[in-house]
Design a binder for this molecule. Structure first.
Ligand SMILES: [Ca+2]
Length: 232
């Protein structure tokens, strides 16, 4: 009995410590100054939207793929900080069908501290529906640049475009008081997209005929806008 009680106490303590650790992580990407490769293939998908906390329609950054320069996006941190990990979600637009754009495959992260820099390479999964965790030993940085070295182009209807819907950059935190931005969970499954529901984070649900009609109209409008911008 005593042994069972001790085991339960240890489990509860471990869970509590894990919860504290999760709370301590702060996503500082929204507070970074963000720049990216120019020109943009679509004026609706801007660099700043890669850290706006939104994963809904158009709320991401797109770049040209296949030109001589590889797509890059750079985050200037508010101040030098220890980076404990990152999460990325490929640019996605499931309302108009899966695999709309090419998905990032091999990426490099370059960490700048003063005049020094260090580059790490990572392979992402061909999964545009959820956040993917990028793990590395904690390291300091003033700026971080992500370069997309290769893509998964299979099935992409606009294969010369790639990007990210959202990027999270974690520091030990805690979050600055009063900034209104709480640290997101670091469980990739916790934030998987589900567009069957009425909005982001909806677990399950079906669309009414009226909602489907609105989505169809939105889809047609977005397709039209995209064609216009891609032509320009
Ligand atoms: Ca976003």
């Amino acid at each position: 009995m005593k042994r069972a009680f001790t085991a339960i106490a240890v489990i509860l303590l471990a869970a509590a410590l894990q919860a504290c650790a999760a709370r301590a992580d702060e996503n500082i990407a929204p507070r970074c100054e963000i720049t990216a490769q120019h020109p943009l293939p679509n004026a609706l998908w801007t660099p700043v939207q890669v850290a706006d906390g939104e994963t809904g329609p158009i709320k991401g950054w797109l770049a040209y793929w296949g030109s001589s320069a590889k797509p890059w996006i750079r985050f200037k941190l508010p101040a030098r900080a220890t980076i404990t990990g990152m999460e990325v979600m490929p640019a996605t637009f499931p309302e108009t069908g899966a695999s709309r754009f090419s998905r990032p495959h091999l990426v490099t992260l370059e960490f700048f501290t003063g005049k020094n820099s260090e580059k790490l390479a990572f392979e992402l999964s061909d999964d545009e529906q959820r956040f993917q965790t990028i793990e590395f030993e904690p390291r300091e940085a003033d700026e971080i640049m992500i370069t997309i070295e290769s893509v998964y182009a299979g099935g992409a209807r606009i294969s010369d475009v790639t990007g990210f819907q959202e990027v999270r950059i974690f520091t030990p935190g805690p979050a600055a008081p009063g900034d209104g931005k709480s640290a997101p969970p670091r469980n990739p499954d916790a934030d998987s997209l589900n567009y069957d529901g009425a909005g982001q984070g909806a677990a399950t649900g079906t669309l009414s005929s009226e909602e489907k009609e609105i989505l169809d109209l939105l889809r047609a409008l977005i397709e039209k806008l995209e064609r216009r911008f891609l032509q320009d």
